[in-house]
Ligand binder design. Sequence first.
Ligand SMILES: Nc1nc2c(ncn2[C@@H]2O[C@H](COP(=O)(O)OP(=O)(O)O)[C@@H](O)[C@H]2O)c(=O)[nH]1
Ligand SMILES: [Mg+2]
Length: 204
Amino acid sequence: MPIVNFRAREISCKLVYCGPSLGGKTTNIKALYNMLPPESRSDLRIIDTHDDRTLFFDFFSLSLASVNGMQTKFLIYAVPGQAYYQVTRKMVLQGVDGVIFVADSERRRLEDNIASLEDLKTLLSEHGHDYTTLPLVLQYNKRDLPDILSTDELNRALNELQRPWFESVATEGRGVQETFRAACSAVLTRLGAQLGAATRTGRP
Ligand SMILES: Nc1nc2c(ncn2[C@@H]2O[C@H](COP(=O)(O)OP(=O)(O)O)[C@@H](O)[C@H]2O)c(=O)[nH]1
Ligand SMILES: [Mg+2]
């Protein structure tokens, strides 16, 4: 559930880019950041590291239009994809409101995509999140490369719940905004329903 600060009339939603390492999460974040108006975004923090520090992820925040008179803010993270960064991934996924799963379309990365999705499901359930109802969109990245799976094959392998999905070439900025918009809209739709239910029951 997003963090609602009634006094400051501010709602913070946490959106996390997940997916296998080298699939294009950081490239998405950088491209998206550059497309956003400077006055609405925080500084971008990207910590690229090749050493064995356990704490690293990409982050920036974005102020969005208001919903029911509340200012909405998105906290945008990308987790590290490598298997051995699971502790960091779990920490970043705490309190998540929406996920963008960036899959690598290359044929040779199919197993990595599947393993990464399984890891995501495990970590979400450890946090008590329901994968089947959490707002999630998929992005099939690297559509410019020669040996890629068809979107049908990717949907069969990764998208059993038929979530919204987008093709992208993140290095060229293609598909980046569309994916992000769909994820924000899924999070805001759920937030609207949650706030509506809270208003009806009188519970925050
Ligand atoms: N050809 C191609 N390369 C990409 C694309 N998106 C990302 N890459 C490259 O894939 C590598 C890993 O990308 P990165 O964003 O660091 O992946 P991350 O580990 O998921 O954050 C980099 O060399 C990117 O330039 C794409 O759409 N097409
Ligand atoms: Mg990265």
